[in-house]
Design a protein around this ligand. Sequence first.
Ligand SMILES: *Cc1c(COP(=O)(O)O)cnc(C)c1O
Length: 426
Amino acid sequence: MAYEQLRAMGSSHKSLQAVLAAPGVKVKKVTSLSADGLTDFIQSMISKKQEMKDPFYVLDFGVVVSLMDKWKRSLPNVRPFYAVKCNPHPAFLAALAALGVSFDCASRAEIEAVLALGVSADRIIYANPCKAEAQIKYAASVGVNLTTFDSREEIDKLRRWHPKCSLLLRLKAPDDGGARCPLGPKYGALPEEVTPLLQAAHVARLTVAGVSFHVGSGATHSRAYSGAIAAAKAVFDTAVGLGMPRMSILNVGGGFTAGVGPQFEDAAATINAAIKVHFLDESGLTVIAEPGRFFAETAFTLATNIIGKRVRGKLREYWINDGIYGSMNCILYDHATVTATPLACTSNRSNPTCRGGKTYTSTVFGPTCDALDTILTGHQLPELQVNDWLLFPNMGAYTASAGSNFNGFNTSAIPTHLAFSPPAPC
Ligand SMILES: *Cc1c(COP(=O)(O)O)cnc(C)c1O
C-alpha cells in the first residue's frame, strides 16, 4: 500500500484493512477514532466485556503515521530500519512496512516475522554484531545480505557461511549521549581495532560496505551523533588508504525519542549538519538509521485493572494486573519512568472520583508475589476502588517485548486493540 493511501486512512480506513490482511497479522479490526477519542475507545472496549478485566494495549496507527511524517520532514535523506526488538507486534510491523519503513532484525525469529509480512529481504539489515552460525546460515538462505560486525571471529563465520553478505563495521560511539541504556560497553570496534578488522575482512574477500554505530538507547544529547559521524568518516578514509573499495553506507543507528521536547529535532539537525560537514565529498552515499523507541513508544497505551487495595492510614496501596515481570519490566531494564492516570480522570467530563482533586499518596504494585514487583511509590492518585482502570500512556517501547510469564502472569497474552486517530497535521 502506498504511503499516501495510508495517510488518508482517517477517512477511508478500509485501506488499513489491507495492511492488516498481511500474512502474519492476526487482529483484523481497526476502529476509527475522533480526535482525542482514545479514552472513549478504551471505555467502550471495557463496557463491551464487563466481566473481562484483563489488561490490554491500544495501538494507535494515527500516531505511527504522524511519526513517519515527522521522520520524513526532519531526516528526509535517512532511510529508517525499524529495530524490531523494541516492539515486534505484527500489526505494528505491518503498518510500518506499509509506510515504507525497512527493518533491523537481530535474530532468525525477527527476520521470519518481517518476511512473514511480505517484506522483501533487501529491506532487512541483520544488525547484530555477534550472530550464531546457524542463524547466519539462515540469513544467507533467505537473502538477507547486510549485517554488522566488530570482531575477527565474526569475519571468519561470515566468510564460511555467508560470503555474499555486505558488512558494516560497528564502531563504539566516542560518546554515549548520556543514554539511559548505553550500548558501548558491549558493542563497537575501538579506534585501534579498525584497521586490523578492515584488513581481515578484505583478506577474507568480504565486502565492507560502510560503518554503523549506536549512540545508546534513550540518548539525551544529540552531539553524540556528530562525534560518531566524524569517527565513521575516518573509517571511510582508512578503507581507501588500505586500498579497499569505497564504502557507501553510513548507519547512524538508533537512540531517537519522539516524546515531548526537542530531542528528535535536535538529533536530526545534528545528524544533517554532521553529514554535510564530514561526507561532502562522498558521492553516492546512502544514509540509514535504526530507530526503535522513536516509532514504538508513543503509539501504544496500556490499560490495567485494579485487582486489590489496602488502606494504611493516609496511604493507599493498589495492586494492578500487569507489573515489573510484565510490561513494566521497562522500569528495570529500560530505566523507564511510567505514569498512571485513572481512566475516570482522562476524559474531561467531570467525574466524582476526580472532581475536587483530592489525592492520596499511593503505591501501585504488580500482581506477582515478589516485593520487587512495585510500579509506583509516592504517587498522587485520587481514591480508587477495586475494578477501576489505570491507564499508562507511551508504553510501546521495550515493554511487552521483554516481559515474562513469571508467577503465571503471561505478558505475551496481553491483547492489543487497534485504533486509528486522525494523524496530527504536518
Ligand atoms: C536496540 C537497537 C536499536 C534501537 O535503539 P533505539 O534506542 O530504540 O532507537 C537500533 N540498533 C541496534 C543495533 C540496536 O541494538
